[in-house]
Design a protein around this ligand. Sequence first.
Ligand code: SF4
Length: 476
Amino acid sequence: MAGVVRLEDIAAPTRTRRTALAPDAPGLVQHVARGGLAEEIGIEPGDRIVRVNGHPLRDILDFQFYSSVEEVLLEVERDGTVVLCEVERDLEEPWGITFADPTNDGIHVCENACPFCFIKQIPKGMRRSLHVMDDDYRYSMLHGSFVTLTNLTEDDWRRIEEQRLGPMHVSVHATNPELRAALVGNPKGALIMEHLARLERAGIDYHAQLVLCPGVNDGPELDRSLRDLSACGPYLKSIAGVPVGLTRFGLERQSRRVRLSRPCVRTMPGAMLDMRRHTPEEAEAVIEQAETWQRRFRAERGETFFHLGDEFYLMCDRPIPPASTYDGFPQIEDGIGITRMFIDDARAVVRRAKRAPSSVHGRPAIIACGTLIGRTMEREVAAVNAATGARLDVVPVENTFFGSEINVSGLLTGRELQRVFTGRPGSEPLFISTTMLSRRTNTLLDDITLDDLRTSLQRDVIVAEHLSDVIAALAA
Ligand code: SF4
């Protein structure tokens, strides 16, 4: 690292907001729950809620905030005409409205140029939403997406404070200002500790994430980050450390010294960081460093507080920590602890099968997964097969699209599954992980639908999260 980021070099907050994927019909009601308040006052799917008590709605958070009073005036557009609905409500009464889109103005786009940006490593032609470089605090609160806080305007901050929008999920990466600025490719990144202090002052819960890059922000920099974060205050609820992910496209760019960034920040001091993946030995070292901190946090705070991504343990075949150390899995949306949940679920299936005869004896099925979880999956499935008599066959699928080092199940494409399973003999169903599907579009990464997959593979394709789901589907 060379040079120092000076605060006076840091640009003023953006005035013009860059957004993507703005909906055609903002405020569109997608579903009205039976028996809810919305149904009672005659709101129907296809209506648009345009204002609540005179406030235009930027997103569903505005709806929730402005409609959380006893007297509400809704401006509802139906067939081009705006009608007013006056409602007196009990504050506990649910509205029963599902909006088609969480935000009415699209998704706030990031102003960063992280050297490990996964979106910049995705080749063209994937699901459109995958190419959106989102950094939107609303999605952080609603869906647990990680944000850097570098694109917040003063108005955003005031809104977060007024509406107490939390919990936030913050990509910290490093607390050293100069290193943080380089890791997000944005001088404003240097303000991370000021930003976290502002969340603390506002009383907003937040979770921190460190994308750990070997030789860059691990070792002494990780010690510094954990020391600084542990002094932040009571609103920081957990810290996650996840390994940097580099696809073959990203590695190829690195080898050509093409930074995964916009040219405007190429001149920033220290911005050209070398990115590479962890070796198994480096993963072991991260685990050992983490365990030292975890012991300290348990002694001082009564909780583990700093959790490592499952990949670290799987990379060097170390046992996944027990569930009791995950503090209730605060970062499960980020995949932290998902393997522990999977293992514990499989063992519960085995225990249940030992108590009562299983109805899946002799039933065959295929389970597709990424190669990283392959060994663990095979171990647990063997125990489930032995206990239930099912004939589950695990097929770890190599990711030839992103590169074999991208080995998690969630980044397998539909075409990859077609490559491996097309023409495979037998008619047993194929189970794939819920992580392979977009929750929003219900398609695989390359926009292939489940029906496309079923047709091309000529077998049923079933989405399952755990082995108990697989057994339940086979028993049905
Ligand atoms: S990784 Fe960095 S550059 Fe990429 S979308 Fe996220 S914040 Fe933006």
